[in-house]
Design a protein around this ligand. Structure first.
Ligand code: FAD
Length: 484
């Protein structure tokens, strides 16, 4: 009887422990995917993630077909669907790689007990993390709350294991897909229709395992050198842009770790060891975010530091909209928000600047920003997004202190010194000289005129003056600090 392989956020064949374990049984396999928008607590995917998922599933199914299997695509509440599959296919086992957000964990544990009751072997593996969240503990045996000791403790448990090879053959069981609710990927209706806003995404990305491996190889050979400093520069290509592939598991952190390490050791990458260590520590931040999410399931909704529950957030639909559309009048903020809208991705430095602007300059609740990023990022991740927003808000575990308020002008001047990033995403400012591009309202009238800019008409004036916004944010913070 067959073994069922349940693909979820591990849409790859290489370094896939559940798939490898299934192949090792020698049984014919039934790989399947369920789009579950019905089970309790499942957060619906955002638009950009749905676009990505569609293409990622197409790619996975093609890769499976080339090796002798197929992907059964289903939709509905996962527990019921697995029950249906078990009834129809009488498998000897169901295997999967673990997930770490609360609703997924609850479903998986229900499915596991159903399978046990039905006498079907159930097996789960670690396909997503370098270190399982429960294996890293403080000296007193508690979950960790500060990154540096977390990362030290994690690494002290041992080096990440080597990635598994990509199977060359995958024995597929023959199943009558339509008799058990099998769908076409297009039936999942994951792509936008009217309007089709995905043009910029199509130009920017090649979702799927092959795209991930190609990106990794290019990054390691060409861009890793200089990563340590270059990763802060949105005008340069120094980061891996592997985040959406990691989100849907088209690549594993073990593969990135091993490939980058080997390239540096063998000299194929000219990057010094310090760049490699920095890359590993960024992967460590991802591990930390998953550790926080696992131990704080409500991370996307509840302030980690509860004193922020009484923070005097403002509600201002117009300003929120200006932020989303990249029309705040602060060029680096607007460039970031437009990069996000157009490409489904934003550089990390600019994510910090734009998030800080929403939270501190506009005093709008970080959860509004988290939700917008969730909808528009191709890498929208339940752990990284929530943990990072709380980090910027100052309400998080190991957070930037709230009183550290990014100055969007100075940040722009420091990290986009020639204004190339701004010019790329805010074409209205394309002709603005670098000297004033991050604060066009300070430019002499003649400079604005020759750059063809009419502030308030062709490009907005700042929606809030920086100094006033800063003072207001500090006063808001004082109001909750006094209360505690
Ligand atoms: P690289 O610099 O090449 O790093 C390699 C990998 O390490 C990344 O792909 C990512 O998995 C991980 N990583 C890097 N930086 C961080 C970080 N600060 N925190 C956690 N993991 C990190 N990342 C997401 O993957 N999904 C999100 O939804 C997300 N939302 C964010 C929201 C805000 C407000 C902020 C400030 C950051 C957010 N990040 C998120 C973290 C970070 O911005 C992205 O992981 C990074 O920009 C991805 O680009 P990259 O793959 O080129 O990164």
């Amino acid at each position: 009887s067959p073994v069922l392989v349940w693909f979820r956020e591990d849409l790859r064949l290489g370094d896939n422990p559940a798939l490898a374990a299934a192949i090792a049984t020698g049984a014919p396999l039934v790989p399947f995917f369920i789009l579950d928008e019905q089970s309790d607590g499942m957060r619906p995917l955002g638009g950009a993630s749905r676009w990505w998922l569609h293409h990622s599933l197409v790619s996975l199914r093609e890769d499976l077909r080339q090796r002798g299997a197929d992907l059964l695509v289903l939709r509905g509440a996962a527990r019921m669907i697995v029950e249906r599959l078990v009834g129809a296919l009488s498998p000897q086992a169901v295997v999967w790689n673990r997930r770490y957000e609360a609703a997924g964990i609850a479903i998986d544990s229900d499915v596991k007990s159903d399978l046990k009751a039905a006498g079907v072997h159930a097996e789960s593996h670690n396909g997503a993390l370098l270190y399982e969240p429960w294996t890293v503990k403080s000296g007193a045996g508690n979950p960790m709350k500060v990154f540096t000791p977390f990362w030290k403790a994690a690494q002290a448990t041992g080096a990440p294991t080597a990635p598994l090879r990509t199977p060359t053959e995958i024995p597929g069981a023959s199943v009558d897909a339509s008799a058990i609710g099998g769908l076409e990927i297009s039936d999942l209706a994951l792509l936008p229709t009217h309007p089709d806003w995905a043009g910029g995404l199509r130009e920017t990305w090649t979702p799927g395992e092959a795209g991930a491996q190609a990106r990794l190889r290019f990054f390691v050979a060409d861009e890793l050198k200089g990563y340590g400093d270059g990763r802060n520069r949105p005008d340069q290509a120094h980061t891996s842009r592997l985040s959406p592939f990691l989100r849907f598991g088209e690549i594993s952190p073990r593969q990135i770790w091993a490939t980058a390490t080997k390239a540096v050791e063998t000299g194929r990458s000219k990057a010094p060891a310090s760049d490699l260590t920095k890359l590993k520590s960024e992967l460590g931040w991802r591990e930390f975010a998953y550790h926080l999410l696992f131990h704080n399931p409500d991370l996307a909704r509840t302030n980690f530091q509860r004193k922020f529950d009484s923070f005097p957030w403002r509600s201002h639909a117009g300003e929120l909209e200006a932020w989303k559309r990249g029309r705040t009048g602060y060029p680096v903020v607007d460039a970031g928000m437009r990069q996000l809208w157009r490409t489904g991705w934003m550089h990390n430095r600019v994510r910090m600047i734009t998030a800080s602007f929403l939270i501190k300059h506009l005093l709008i609740d970080w959860r509004e920003g988290e939700a917008w990023f969730w909808d528009t990022l191709v890498d929208a991740d339940p752990a990284n997004n929530a943990a990072s927003w709380q980090w910027v808000a100052g309400s998080g575990a190991d957070a930037a202190p709230y009183f550290r308020i990014f100055n969007p002008i100075l940040q722009g001047e420091r990290f986009d010194p020639d204004g190339a990033y701004v010019r790329r995403f805010v074409p209205e400012l394309a002709k603005m000289p670098a000297s004033h591009i991050h604060a066009p309202w300070t430019a002499p009238a003649a400079m604005l005129a020759s750059a063809g800019i009419r502030l308030g008409e062709t490009y907005p004036s700042p929606i809030v003056p920086h100094d006033e916004a800063r003072a207001r944010a500090l006063a808001a913070l004082a109001s909750i600090s006094d209360a505690h």
